[in-house]
Write a protein that binds this ligand. Structure first.
Ligand SMILES: *Cc1c(COP(=O)(O)O)cnc(C)c1O
Length: 393
């Protein structure tokens, strides 16, 4: 079985490019050019240089001694939290802005929910001197004020979206409308392994630097490129795709995708898409999504804004459906407890999204000789008030 996208962007029966006629030209332009550009020497040289000098790569692979002792196995943390802007998202926006430049685009648009992808996009637009417009649901604009301030300070224009539920899916619709109206000069930077082909394939490649580095680092530290397992949290699935990428075909490496159960799988306030979702089309690809019997999207819930997405990237739908990856779900409270444990045992405050990956350790068991990598997707500064508030309740 293959775990990479076929020529039409399918992973098994998931993926593809389901876009309205008016968008066909834009998506097709990208599809016909992305591999050639990404594989060119010029692109690779610029991408690698920025990852090193601007993002700060390679990110360390840290054997966490006290956490390892606590769980009686060898836990290695891939420190994406140490990247510029504090998470893995910058790997992808650096890649996409270089692609936009190669295509001669002069204007960048993006959508954002929690604001993390908006900040990563505003950052690379400032770096390249390109105008940046970020669509954001009006509800999210008021919930995520610090990130709105960051985007504006970086020179981006934040456009609040007042339609529908005024959240991420409405912001996405508005970004797509903008793209349709500006097909010639505009590039749409998508923030995860979602959207129509070639986005999932492209974003997975930009994030694959994570597992590329892991191979070398594990070889140095343990004598083998392969860990026994890799654990990553999944919103749309980009950090997990990056952490799994070079191990997809290595069956001996267990892949564990951790979803947000919110207040509990059966609570009606959850984001555990692989368990609650059914097949359908969202944001241009066939995948698993949370929908009602009329095909209307059910609003997801998670304490972590980066995981409360009603779908899951088509690669992950395929990995889970085929049994290659195991899905684990973690509640809000379990994630908060895991964040506190990591802070106290290792002096590292994780993002709430990332805390879900750590909480999965409570539900899995490994032998004391086993090597397990956890992708530490981002730092927790942005979540401190939630972390502290709950701890003192
Ligand atoms: C956005 C975000 C996520 C979720 O997005 P993926 O595409 O699933 O990786 C996870 N962790 C952090 C720190 C994030 O900012």
């Amino acid at each position: 079985m293959s775990y990479t996208a076929n020529i039409d962007g399918y992973y098994g029966r998931f993926g593809g490019a389901y876009v309205p006629e008016l968008l066909h030209h834009n998506v097709e332009e990208l599809r016909l050019n992305y591999e050639r550009i990404i594989n060119s020497q010029t692109f690779q040289a610029e991408f690698r240089k920025l990852l090193q000098d601007y993002v700060g790569r390679p990110s360390p692979l840290y054997l966490a001694p006290r956490l390892s002792e606590h769980y009686a196995c060898n836990l290695y943390l891939k420190r994406e939290d140490l990247n510029h802007t504090g998470a893995h998202k910058i790997n992808n926006t650096v890649g996409q802005i270089l692609l936009a430049k190669s295509l001669g685009k002069k204007r960048i648009i993006a959508e954002t929910g929690a604001g993390q992808h908006g900040v990563a996009t505003a950052t690379v637009c400032a770096l390249m001197g390109l105008p940046c417009i970020v669509y954001m649901g009006a509800v999210d604009v008021s919930r995520q004020a610090p990130n709105v301030a960051r985007m504006k300070f970086l020179g981006a224009e934040v456009r609040p979206v007042h339609s529908g539920s005024k959240t991420l899916k409405d912001a996405t619709n508005e970004a797509i409308r903008d793209w349709i109206n500006n097909p010639e000069d505009t590039f749409y930077i998508i923030g995860s392994v979602v959207g129509p082909h070639p986005y999932p394939d492209m974003v997975a490649y930009f994030q694959s630097v994570i597992s590329e580095e892991m191979k070398t680092q594990l070889k140095e530290q343990t004598g083998s490129e392969n860990p026994d397992a890799i654990i990553a949290c999944v919103g749309g699935g980009s950090n997990a795709a990056g952490a799994f990428y070079h191990y997809l075909e290595k069956k001996e490496v267990k892949l564990i995708a951790v979803e947000a159960a919110g207040k509990g799988i059966d609570s009606g306030e959850s984001a555990a898409t692989s368990q609650l979702g059914t097949e359908g089309i969202i944001h241009g690809s066939r995948t698993l999504l949370m929908q009602d019997k009329y095909g209307q999207i059910i609003e997801p819930w998670s304490i972590s804004a980066g995981l409360d997405y009603p779908g899951i990237g088509p690669l992950h739908a395929h990995l889970i459906d085929s049994g290659r990856a195991k899905a684990v779900s973690v509640t809000d409270q379990e994630a908060l407890d895991a964040a506190a444990l990591l802070a106290r045992l290792e002096g590292i405050i994780p993002a709430l999204e990332t805390a879900h990956a750590f909480a999965a350790l409570e539900k899995l068991s490994f032998g004391n000789k086993q090597h397990v990598v956890i992708n530490l997707s981002g730092r927790g500064d942005k979540d401190l008030s939630t972390l502290i508030g709950k701890e003192h309740e």
